[in-house]
Design a protein around this ligand. Structure first.
Ligand code: 5GP
Length: 189
């Protein structure tokens, strides 16, 4: 399947509706960072960020986590255009020291739940002490895997294809400072 992105001089032109403003994102992420700090006192959590979409979320979250912690990044892919491919690939796990660590997966969005399920399965192979999920966005109406319940959710959103603050459409729009709904006219299948 191939996609063509219409040419723009300003990426804001591609957005139909702003769903979550930059200010709302920053305020809520700060709350979640403080919550994680309280829950993980003395546990030196290891945050596992799923590249590339979670980078702005991770970066903002780090500003408000005030306990000792570490983070690592792994590359996970599952989407092509605006649709999940259903096939999840994870690169870079074998290089990490995960055994007996308290892990928090940092994700941009949980949709069907397949990516998180596959990531948890893969991490469990390395015998961590615990695994929780922190996600910027959650689309609960799209869940296919029922037992996926992220402990930390910044925002629940309706079933719309969103971009911005790390979320992409064919690698574009990650640099929007807010989360918005893409104009359907921006892509042609
Ligand atoms: P899941 O495996 O839960 O169906 O999907 C998770 C991944 O799909 C996310 O990490 C993200 O890359 C992608 N994804 C799901 N919904 C959206 C969306 O609305 N917008 C964008 N840009 N990516 C999405």
């Amino acid at each position: 399947m191939s996609f063509e992105i219409k040419s723009m001089t300003n990426i804001n032109e591609g957005i139909e509706e702003i769903l979550i403003t930059h200010e709302e994102l920053i305020k809520r992420i700060e709350e979640v960072g403080k919550e994680i700090s309280k829950d993980y006192v003395g546990k030196n959590p290891l945050l596992i960020a799923l590249l590339k979409g979670s980078v702005p979320f991770l970066s903002e979250l780090l500003n408000s986590i005030y306990i000792p912690m570490e983070y690592e990044c792994v590359k996970v892919s599952s989407y092509c255009g605006t649709k999940s491919t259903g096939c999840v690939t994870i690169e870079g796990l074998n290089k990490l020291s995960i055994e007996n660590r308290n892990l928090i997966i940092i994700e941009d969005i949980v949709d069907s739940g397949l990516t998180i399920q596959k990531t948890i399965e893969a991490l469990n192979e390395y015998h961590p002490a615990s695994i929780e999920v922190a996600t910027l966005l959650d689309k609960p109406s799209m869940r296919q895997i029922e037992n996926i319940h992220p402990k930390y959710i910044c925002f629940k959103i309706p079933n719309k294809f969103v971009v911005g603050f790390g979320l992409d459409f064919n690698q574009q729009f990650r640099n929007l400072p807010y989360v918005g709904v893409l104009k359907p006219t921006m892509y042609m299948e």
